[in-house]
Design a protein around this ligand. Structure first.
Ligand code: NAI
Length: 484
């Protein structure tokens, strides 16, 4: 078995945490039981790219329990938990003779390593030992979906990726990997794309990319938007971030949050969870928004809503949650006060202008510990010298500085993922190229699977009440336009 992880001797620790997590992931465990005999994913070759955490370990082993062959990479250079990766690779085997699932990820990859590792998830072997590609993707943020689409674009155009130019450091790595792969096999990505039945996408940012592709007519296979299952975005994005945002800030800095002024940029699902998380610690929270509806929500939830420029000189903590770019700029950094803390919990690192920060005259980056840096600003333009603390180099800090969302909320997200994989794999003809959300009855089912664990007593509709509302007794209970 091939794999690339940091240290297989961490497997025992990882396995203990996996078994703790299984108890907290009732949705995934229920699917294992339900589908143990029917094996709906038998024959599926799943290429996965999603934060290689303990919770993802339970997802991977669930996909395998349903019959799938799986290869996995992380979707972020800092988010891998090395003990999780080790345990998944070792499986039922030993450190000397691992027999688990091929994982290609470690905590603290370089950008070049990240894209090299991502390419490994496409290298399956069939029962006769022949090299084959995946027939289904599971993505978070759209990076492996991007590799396939870009590869096919270069092949169709007969163009050489290595001759393309870009200023974007990350895209340079994509071009390098595509260049190498096309030199080895000029039709590699077209062959792979032809076999792919679809992709299930985990997050807001990845979903945005899929809708863009569909609109411009370049989407190559169907996609299920897992993010917009209610039991994903209204739970993971919100309650997950409510838990893991302050976990990241605490582990990174151990600074007292109570009493500080914290600015949360964006009041979508992630912003709502983040703001509540900081308020729960006693921070005085200020929101920035561009959408009047979300701005009004923030105000009526009791938050001050201001422009970043109005508060940048006085706030202590800055968190970006927008999925947009250039939210915190070099000019903002220059105006911040000494020892301000800056972090991002949105998917990509371009919410904060890290490239611009590193180019400020005389600035020095000093590592306090991995994923925690102080940037030393020299005295300039009448301003005194100061330090600004940046978490996870501007990448999502809840996974870089802490361990991401806890198992229970991820069980909701990942139960949606498994159902999406089963849909795409077993009902392929029902999903022509397009972007879909799971049907509402499955969304309700995901929630249902998590009620017992919390001792929830669900009230049952009587037939008369159901008739009065015009819904079936067994659901679904809400129209598609209902917003929760
Ligand atoms: P969303 O679309 O619900 O919220 C984003 C909000 O930011 C919107 O309300 C939008 O109006 C606002 N916004 C956009 N540009 C802005 C600007 N210039 N200034 C202020 N506000 C602005 O998206 P959601 O679901 O909250 O996701 C946000 C990001 O977080 C995405 O990149 C997503 O992929 C990522 N994410 C990260 C997670 C994590 O664990 N770190 C978990 C789930 C999502």
């Amino acid at each position: 078995m091939d794999y690339k992880v940091a240290d297989l001797t961490l497997a025992e620790y990882g396995r203990k945490e996996l078994s703790l997590a299984e108890h907290e992931m009732p949705g995934l465990m229920a699917l294992r039981e339900r589908y143990a005999d029917s094996q709906p994913l038998a024959g599926a070759r799943i290429a996965g790219s999603l934060h290689m955490t303990i919770q993802t370990g339970v997802l991977i082993e669930t996909l395998v329990a349903l019959g799938a062959d799986v290869r996995w990479a992380s979707c972020n250079i800092f988010s891998t938990q090395d003990h999780a990766a080790a345990a998944i690779v070792v499986g039922d085997g030993t450190v000397e003779n691992p027999t688990g699932i091929p994982v290609f990820a470690w905590k603290g990859e370089t950008l070049g390593e990240y894209w090299d590792l991502a390419e490994n998830v496409f290298d399956f072997t069939d029962a006769d030992g022949n090299a084959v590609g995946p027939n289904i993707l599971l993505d978070d943020g759209g990076d492996i979906t991007l590799l396939v689409h870009k590869g096919v674009e270069f092949e169709k155009a007969g163009a050489v990726p290595g001759q393309d130019t870009t200023d974007n450091e990350e895209y340079k790595e994509v071009l390098r990997v595509l260049d190498r792969s096309l030199k080895n096999n000029p039709s590699r990505w077209t062959n792979i794309a032809n076999d792919i039945k679809g992709v299930s996408e985990e997050t807001t940012t990845g979903v945005l990319r899929l809708y863009d592709r569909f609109k411009e007519g370049s989407l190559l296979f169907p996609a299920i938007n897992v993010n917009d299952s209610v039991t994903k975005s209204k739970f993971d994005n919100k309650y997950g971030c409510r838990h893991s945002l302050i976990d990241g800030i605490n582990r990174g800095t151990d600074v007292m949050i109570g009493g500080k002024v914290a600015v949360v940029c964006g009041y979508g699902d992630v912003g709502k969870g983040s703001a509540e998380s900081l308020r729960g610690q006693g921070a005085r929270v200020i929101i920035t928004e561009i959408d009047p509806i979300c701005a009004l929500q923030a105000a009526m939830d009791g938050f001050e809503v201001r422009r970043l420029d109005s508060v940048v000189e006085t706030a202590d903590i800055f968190i970006t949650t927008t999925g947009n770019f250039n939210i915190i700029t070099v000019e903002h950094f220059k105006k911040m006060k000494n020892q301000a803390i800056v972090g991002n919990i949105g998917h990509f690192d371009n919410e904060i202008d890290m490239a611009g920060l590193s180019k400020i005259d005389g600035i020095v980056k000093d590592e306090i510990k991995p994923q925690v840096h102080q940037w030393l600003f020299p005295a300039a333009d009448g301003r005194e010298a100061k330090k600004i603390i940046v978490l996870s180099e501007g990448r999502l800090l809840n996974l870089g500085n802490a361990t991401g969302h806890p198992s229970f909320v991820m069980s909701n997200s990942f139960t949606n993922q498994v159902l999406a994989q089963i849909e795409l794999y077993t009902k392929t003809s029902e999903y022509p190229v397009g972007v879909y959300v799971l049907p509402k009855h499955l969304d309700e089912e995901v929630a249902r699977l998590h009620l017992d664990a919390l001792g929830v007593e669900l009230t049952e509709l009587s037939q008369e009440q159901a008739d009065y509302l015009g819904v079936p007794v067994e659901g679904p209970y809400k129209a598609d336009h209902y917003r929760y």
